[in-house]
Write a protein that binds this ligand. Structure first.
Ligand code: SF4
Length: 167
């Protein structure tokens, strides 16, 4: 008897939830600079992020579970980014897109945050300036692998010890 003829199938509840979550990401772009333009091309028909189930871009943190930080983050914007992250419902994930968001990039000065991981936990970093659209798609796939294995996300570390940012 083949498995397709069985009327029921057993699995773990966590596995079913993770399968649904990884295939229906709702991204919210926090676009502050040129990387945000690159993200626009990823949601276009050419690169077609909907193949990965992540095309439903939201502009409200309460409707999103993937925060995609695209661009330079200044210290003035840092509290806003943190508040947006905290307004997102759990479970939630973060992608840091490009060198500016990940490390400050070439803006090594007193106005720019030298990496958003000083403010919020990051699940996947994307290198490049700007990253290619394919790199963003690769980051989505990496995140999907992480969602299937939640112990690999920094969420638990964040909950245990929230980064001090001095606001
Ligand atoms: S990484 Fe490059 S493309 Fe992206 S925001 Fe910075 S300067 Fe612009």
């Amino acid at each position: 008897m083949g498995i397709e003829s069985l009327p029921i199938m057993t699995t773990r509840r966590d596995a079913v939830l993770a399968w649904g979550q990884k295939n229906s990401l709702w991204p919210m772009p926090f676009g502050t600079a040129c990387c945000a333009i690159e993200f626009m091309s990823v949601v276009s028909s050419v690169f077609d992020i909907s193949r990965f189930g992540a095309e439903l871009v939201r502009f409200s943190p309460r409707q999103a579970d993937l925060l995609l930080v695209a661009g330079t983050v200044t210290f003035k914007q840092a509290p806003i980014l943190k508040q947006i992250y905290e307004q997102m419902p759990d479970p939630k994930w973060v992608i840091s897109m490009g060198v500016c968001a990940s490390s400050g990039g070439f803006y090594n000065n007193y106005t720019v945050v030298q990496g958003i991981d000083q403010i919020i936990p990051v699940d996947v970093y994307i290198s490049g300036c700007p990253p290619r659209p394919e790199a963003i798609l690769e980051a989505i796939v990496k995140l999907q692998h992480k969602i299937e294995n939640p112990q690999t996300t920094p969420k638990a570390q964040y909950m245990a010890k929230e980064p001090h940012f001095g606001f």
